[in-house]
Ligand binder design. Structure first.
Ligand code: TA6
Length: 309
């Protein structure tokens, strides 16, 4: 089993527009798609499509929280959330012919010390049956910036592996903790936040990934968008590039990559096999209009055409 942690879950609303958005005007939305979202839910849905049993946890509240849990259960996920008094947030992704994707991410509810303490006390039991735990995205207000470092410690002390995909102070503090996540997946901006150096070339990305690997993170993955991903590990630096595709919705592709890496880790795939698998799943997810989704037939067409070098 794999558990995915989404501290700041979201009802993800995708607005598909017929025309380019114009600020200050009234615009009609051609199509709305609502899904159980937040990075960890996208991770979970993709890992479930890959064939694994998945538990989703974190914090939810209000009617949006009930709606999210209902959609997650209908997607075949085991739900084990901490229920709080606030209302689960929404995140809007507006897709239009001119600007592509524009996201509006709400901050989410504020958690009380009691909410957090109850979750932390339950956390060892929540993850007990999982071999791999992923933790993704932002954290709600009221949560200490070192939350992920503390959760990583609990996960590693129980002999499980953990993939952490977050940013800013949350990521920085988690990397300063004594026990490191097994895998992180920073993008180029997050590498700059951690190292203070904005990678400009692929060699810069490679150098930063090696630096982060040498701090004790077993696998450092840097997403390169449509160019695939780079992996730094004890086997060296590997790059995987998918075939060129006509993307439909790239929001959540990074989360799909995390989900596929979690599946590969639970199946003990070699690093090169895991990278090929994750890049193919992530590319296939770009062909779906929904975040946290991909069609296995699209994966089958992409997987053999991923180039590893
Ligand atoms: O990566 C896409 C996405 O998961 C959206 O689906 C939306 O939920 C957003 O990210 C949430 O990001 P955050 O960093 O606030 O957790």
């Amino acid at each position: 089993m794999i558990t995915t942690v989404t501290l700041n879950a979201s009802i993800d609303k995708a607005y598909y527009m017929s025309d380019a958005i114009e600020n200050g005007t009234v615009m009609r939305v051609r199509e709305v798609r609502n899904v159980a979202g937040g990075k960890g839910l996208n991770v979970a849905k993709v890992a479930h499509i890959c064939g694994e049993e998945i538990k989703v946890t974190g914090f939810v509240g209000g009617f949006n929280g009930q709606w999210l849990e209902s959609m997650a259960a209908n997607a075949g996920l085991i739900t084990d959330f901490e229920h709080v008094s606030g209302e689960t947030r929404s995140c809007v992704n507006i897709l239009d012919p001119k600007f592509g994707s524009t996201e509006y991410l709400e901050p989410g509810f504020e958690l009380s010390p009691e909410d957090i303490a109850k979750f932390m006390a339950r956390f060892p039991e929540i993850i007990r049956e999982s071999s791999v735990v992923t933790m993704s995205g932002s954290a709600p207000r009221g949560v200490a910036k070192n939350i992920y470092g503390e959760l990583v410690r609990i996960i590693r002390e129980t002999g499980k592996r953990v993939i952490l995909d977050t940013s800013g102070e949350y990521l920085k503090l988690a990397l300063l903790s004594e026990m490191k996540p097994n895998m992180i997946k920073p993008n180029k901006d997050e590498i700059e936040q951690i190292t203070g150096i904005k990678p400009k070339t692929l060699d810069d990305v490679k150098g930063s990934a090696i630096l982060l690997h040498e701090t004790g993170v077993e696998f450092v993955v840097v997403s390169l968008g449509s160019e695939g991903a780079l992996l730094a590990c004890d086997d060296g630096v590997l790059i995987a590039r998918p075939p060129k595709l006509e993307a439909v919705n790239t929001v959540g592709c990074g989360d799909a990559m995390t989900g596929a890496f979690a599946v590969a880790m639970s199946r003990n795939l070699r690093p090169d096999e895991a990278l090929r698998y994750a890049v193919a799943v992530s590319a296939a997810s770009a062909l779906s209009p929904d975040t946290g989704d991909f069609a296995p037939k699209n994966f089958d067409g992409i997987f053999p055409n991923v180039k590893i070098f």
